[in-house]
Design a protein around this ligand. Structure first.
Ligand code: ATP
Ligand code: MG
Length: 213
């Protein structure tokens, strides 16, 4: 076969690939457009980000950034206090005074080993979160690491679930943390499980500023 015939064949193959791609994309567009048309309910969503992999809280803070981009009102409540300050806390406190930010003020279980102290702190934190979940002026409420309060039975599951269900219709809520239980999953509109495939920490790489905290 000549060099020209080879080139022609390649060109043909390329054209076929392009055509196939175009057809597939057309089909996909029709399907996506149809689904967009069918989604007619306009209300806030409840999102649960769970699982053992990395990416739950950082995804929640990604949504905070999105909401702030549209000038929406955001509140963040963190149900755990790490040993480390986090970049998101520093940023929100320094640059986003309009964001309501509350963090449970104590260490946590494995540090404090003080169950009643933990319960008192969790209860206080929930007391801050609850009115936010009843405030229609707030577009997005993040309840970071809330699932642990349920797992340790520090907070009443039924009250949390009812409060989430009864929040203002246009308000979205994001809950993060491993586990959380079937009852919580049931009332959430979107549930994503972040799967741990591997994590740098397990290879001895230190938690990294700007990536891990
Ligand atoms: P991130 O805040 O990075 O999105 P996360 O919210 O999904 O993480 P958490 O359980 O809240 O996960 O843990 C927060 C910290 O623990 C982060 O520093 C994160 O990198 C680390 N981490 C998360 N998953 C794992 C894992 N599977 N193994 C080791 N460390 C992890
Ligand atoms: Mg987290």
């Amino acid at each position: 076969m000549s060099e020209f015939e080879d080139k022609d064949k390649d060109k043909n193959k390329d054209q076929q690939k392009n055509l196939k791609h175009k057809n597939a994309m057309e089909k996909q567009k029709t399907q996506v457009d149809q689904r967009i048309e069918e989604a007619s309910t306009e209300r806030g969503v409840a999102v649960l980000l769970t699982g053992n992999g990395k990416g739950k809280s950082s995804s929640a803070f990604g949504m905070v950034m999105r909401a702030l981009g549209y000038g929406q009102k955001v509140a963040v409540v963190q149900f755990i206090k790490g040993v480390q300050l986090s970049g998101e806390e520093i940023y929100l406190r320094d640059h986003c005074p309009q964001v309501e930010f509350y963090q449970m003020g104590t260490g946590f279980t494995w540090d404090t080993q003080d169950r009643s102290g933990d319960i008192a702190a969790a209860t206080k934190t929930w007391a801050f979160a609850k009115p936010l979940l009843a405030n229609p002026a707030i577009d997005l409420v993040v309840l970071d690491e809330l699932t642990y309060m349920l797992a340790y039975e520090y907070l009443e599951q039924s009250e949390i679930i009812e409060t989430i269900q009864q929040r203002p219709p246009q308000q979205s809520v994001v809950v993060t943390g491993r586990g959380g239980g079937a009852a919580l999953r049931d009332v959430m509109d979107t549930v994503s499980e972040v799967k741990d495939i591997k994590h740098a920490f397990k290879a001895g790489i230190k938690a990294r500023k700007g990536v891990d905290y």
